[in-house]
Design a protein around this ligand. Structure first.
Ligand code: CP
Length: 291
């Protein structure tokens, strides 16, 4: 099932709990034995094709591949490519398909024929961010970070998204994942930036009562969202009073999304999320090729 990873809808609860548990064991084993014990038996070639900027996702997929002995090439599809001459995203992808990599990892701001392309290709693929709906490996690494603390009780957590939920593909994938695993998702957002399908309490002080985790989201100006002011800014008093964990998929804006020092707060899991991107994406490769 990991051979075509965009929506998480096809997974069962036991599939996903097994994935979290195997990633947990894999991470511990890497710490004890080193990466050398987990090399791919075959030199697969991965083409990572991004039509949008990225730091975390791009680099963690790339470093995970190198750690596992896989071959990896990143292609940033910008004005230096034939997109600048008017070639479509779909036709650009067909160029890569003709060159027959063993896996395509892609990111794009919108569909633009991508779903049609991926329905018809025989090459395995992983979505690394599509439109406002899909960022499956981000949702998996967020939940894995919580699984390290809560184990199977992760399914009983109350997760509050704060900020620009409407433009967030991270929320899109968490909505799919939460329906399978059972954790509760609510939002604290202004009306213009909220998702219609989730309960919204725009008052931060009352929204955080009873929540276990805050996942703060930045305002995605590149998708047309506008600044919310300070109403959704997370302060240390929120974490201290409610014993909440703080997460953020990144990139975050210190002083805007939260007080500047909060990523280093002892209830912040933000840097742990970044570390876990490497292990979750490694595990996706291991599942695709069963090694
Ligand atoms: N969380 C995330 O997708 O970050 P990047 O855009 O830096 O990859």
């Amino acid at each position: 099932m990991f051979k075509r990873l965009s929506s998480l809808n096809g997974f069962s609860k036991s599939n996903l709990l097994d994935f979290l548990s195997e990633t947990y064991d894999f991470k511990n084993a890497v710490h004890k034995q080193g990466w050398g014990a987990f090399q791919s038996p075959e030199k697969r070639l991965i083409a990572q094709i991004f039509f949008e900027p990225s730091t975390r996702t791009r680099v963690s997929f790339e470093l995970a591949a190198h750690r596992l002995g896989l071959n990896f090439a990143h292609f940033q599809m910008d004005d230096s490519t034939s997109l600048a001459k008017g070639e479509s995203i779909q036709d650009s992808l067909k160029v890569f398909e003709s060159l027959n990599p063993d896996l395509i990892i892609f990111r794009s701001k919108s569909d633009e024929g991508l779903n049609q392309f991926f329905q018809n290709t025989s090459i395995p693929y992983v979505c690394a961010g599509l439109g406002n709906e899909y960022h499956p490996t981000q949702a998996l690494l967020d939940i894995f970070t919580l699984f390290e603390i809560f184990k199977k009780d992760v399914c009983d957590l109350k997760v509050l998204f704060v900020g620009d939920t409407k433009a967030s593909r991270v929320v899109g994938s968490h909505l799919e994942l939460s329906k399978i695993l059972g954790y509760n998702v609510t939002q604290c957002s202004d009306q213009a930036n909220s998702r219609k399908e989730i309960t919204n309490n725009p008052d931060l002080e009352s929204a955080i009562e009873g929540s276990d985790i805050i996942i703060r989201l930045r305002t995605q100006k590149e998708r047309g969202s506008s600044l919310e002011g300070d109403s959704f800014k997370i302060l240390s008093k929120h974490l201290n009073k409610n014993k909440l964990y703080l997460m953020h998929p990144g990139p975050f804006l210190r002083g805007e999304d939260f007080e500047s020092h909060l990523p280093e707060h002892n209830q912040s899991l933000i840097w742990k999320q970044k570390e876990n991107g490497l292990f979750v994406r490694s595990m996706v490769y291991r599942k695709i090729w069963s090694f």
